[in-house]
Design a protein around this ligand. Structure first.
Ligand SMILES: Cc1ncc(C[n+]2csc(CCOP(=O)(O)OP(=O)(O)O)c2C)c(N)n1
Length: 343
């Protein structure tokens, strides 16, 4: 099947768009909120107010559209790049700021929020996601669905294979979203794998596979919604490949000019997801410059409040860095803990 797309880069809608205008506005606002934070996060990092930060510019639709398919009962399992998905699923902005400050108060997400931590060791989140999905089966109530993210580079890890195989065999209620953003730091997708159509792998595992235009929020939302419904109905997992592009550097420590032609990034920037949504909404009379300006004022106020809240968190003690690795400190952690002033 071809790549699923409802809204072209130019903002044209092919056929009937099975989303209401209210839903599209909701999706646009969530994506614009994520972008606003992402842009400001890079500045905050340059000011020394965040430690390191992995920008997701250009990937807002892939993340927000998929996250919108979940209910509060469902779990979201992110890698380090999925700040947009985490915000959409309900992670407070102040918590995001504390997390990227490496403040221990940012490591513990609010009680009741069904979100696992941002995983940095590539692909380790996927076996956890499958376990979490199967755990839902042991609950008396309706099982929850797990939405798990990974990058194109992450699909080379053994954990990716093990998780997808296990999920397919046990028909786990899990949806895997691979954000194929073209790059794994400096490795382009075509040097990462022999078949760059990642969704083809679904056939080998025996699960549904769909390739979507990851810059089309309608496509990511509707595809994830269907996959979540199938998972909830006991019909097993889905592999969604969201085709997108990492316009920004890998992290704030990366200089992509050293390994890629930045003209490529500029070309892809023209296909970014927010402009096309604005065109669709504008044509329906549901968005205009005044509404955009009002939204920006709201987002600025939200960011300032979140920064004030994060700044008010008391400084962490250095020893806390080893305190929650294991339930009990082993000899190496104890030595580190004591050296860092733990008592
Ligand atoms: C197990 C492991 N190996 C290596 C790394 C170093 N590393 C960090 S990000 C990255 C590339 C990941 O690329 P991809 O999965 O495409 O995700 P993207 O960053 O493009 O979203 C690597 C190799 C790591 N974090 N974990």
């Amino acid at each position: 099947m071809a790549t699923v797309q409802y809204i072209s880069p130019g903002g044209e809608v092919a056929g009937e768009l099975p989303l209401t205008t209210e839903e599209l506005v909701r999706g646009y606002r969530a994506a614009a909120r994520a972008r606003f934070f992402d842009e400001r996060a890079v500045t905050l990092q340059r000011q020394g107010r965040l430690g390191v930060y992995p920008p997701f510019r250009g990937q807002e639709a892939a993340q927000v559209g998929a996250a919108l398919a979940l209910t509060e009962r469902d779990w979201l399992v992110p890698s380090y790049r999925e700040t947009a998905a985490a915000l959409t699923h309900g992670l407070p902005l102040s918590q995001v700021i504390l997390y990227w400050r490496s403040h221990p108060a940012g490591w513990r997400f609010p009680e009741g929020l069904r979100l696992l931590p941002f995983y940095v060791p590539i692909a380790t989140q996927l076996p956890h996601a499958v376990g979490l999905a199967l755990a839902g089966r042991y609950q008396a109530e309706e099982p929850w669905v797990v939405l798990a993210f990974i990058g194109d580079g992450g699909t080379s890890e053994g954990d990716f294979h093990e998780a997808l195989n296990f999920a397919a065999v046990y028909k786990a209620p899990v949806v895997f979203v691979v954000q194929n953003n073209g790059w794994a730091i400096s490795t382009p997708t075509e040097r990462q794998m022999g078949n760059v159509r990642i969704k083809d792998r679904a056939l080998g595992y025996g699960m549904a596979g769909v390739r979507v235009d990851g810059n089309d929020l309608a496509a990511t939302w509707l595809t994830a919604r269907e996959a979540v419904a199938r998972a909830r109905a006991g019909e097993g997992p889905t592999l969604i490949e969201a085709l997108t592009y990492r316009i920004a550097p890998h992290t704030t420590s990366d200089d992509p000019g050293r390994y890629r032609d930045e003209a490529e990034a500029r070309r892809h920037a023209a296909e970014e997801p927010l402009a096309r949504l604005r065109r669709v909404l504008g044509a329906r009379g549901a968005w205009d410059e005044a509404r955009e300006a009002e939204l920006e004022r709201e987002l600025e106020a939200e960011l300032q409040a979140a920064l004030a809240e994060a700044d008010a968190a008391p400084d962490a003690a250095p020893a806390e860095i080893v305190e929650h690795v294991y339930a009990e400190l082993g000899p190496d952690q104890r030595r580190a803990w004591e050296a860092l002033g733990g008592r």
